[in-house]
Design a binder for this molecule. Sequence first.
Ligand SMILES: Cc1cc2nc3c(=O)[nH]c(=O)nc-3n(C[C@H](O)[C@H](O)[C@H](O)COP(=O)(O)O)c2cc1C
Length: 256
Amino acid sequence: MNQVMEVLMKRRSVRAYEERKVSAEVRAEILKATLRAPTAGNLMLYSILDITDQQVKDKLAVTCDHQPFIARAPMVWVFLADYQRWYDYFLASGVEELCARRGLALEKPSESDLFLACCDAMIAAQNAVIAAESFGLGSCYIGDIMEQYETHRDLLDLPPYVFPIGMVVFGYPTQQQKDRELTSRFDEKFIVFENKYRRLGGSDFDEMFASRQLPKGRAMEGIENIGQAAYVNKFGADFSIEMRRSVREMLKAWSG
Ligand SMILES: Cc1cc2nc3c(=O)[nH]c(=O)nc-3n(C[C@H](O)[C@H](O)[C@H](O)COP(=O)(O)O)c2cc1C
């Protein structure tokens, strides 16, 4: 295996960190790799917030569905899907006048622009994750940054065409984290199809989930299978309901 493959194949999410800072040199290298990520139209439709204020980290640890390890991570980056910068530049560049001269309506950032900006932001985030990994620095994505839109907008000073699509927390893994087994993935036959999509059903599901263990705990009482557990713990859970509300609220700016 080459070194890139080794880094990719050994990577796992890290949620407990050694008391060790990330040096300015390592941070700079990670950032360099991050900013080299492919980007739609070479527009760089994203911004990165480097959260260095401990009070803000503490707040995010609460607002992102109560995940205390966020506050203990030495490096916390929020990846923002960002069309505000370009839209402001369009207006500053006389695009309104140009449109008027040509008899065109002025276009505004819309849902498709948001999707593209989200792609850019998350591709950059994954470059950061892999670059960090290559320096022995673990990481964990925090999807819950999509919750509590209004709170995060006010906390982070976000204008209307900026949305925090992902947060990544970085830190040097404790020995226990390094020793943890890798999580499993579904077999490729359930994920990769040739030419046309194949909708799964019945016996596919039996095979797909055969090796997965049901989570334990009191909340699992009366839960019969992985589908019910995933619905209760993830899809139908309070955090998912809040995320749906939050994203709908954010979308108002983009669908106006
Ligand atoms: C978009 C995204 C959002 C995630 N959000 C969280 C999160 O809020 N909290 C957390 O502990 N892990 C989060 N994770 C990490 C996943 O739980 C983890 O990647 C998955 O369980 C597989 O484990 P592994 O990364 O160790 O292989 C997220 C991962 C992704 C890609």
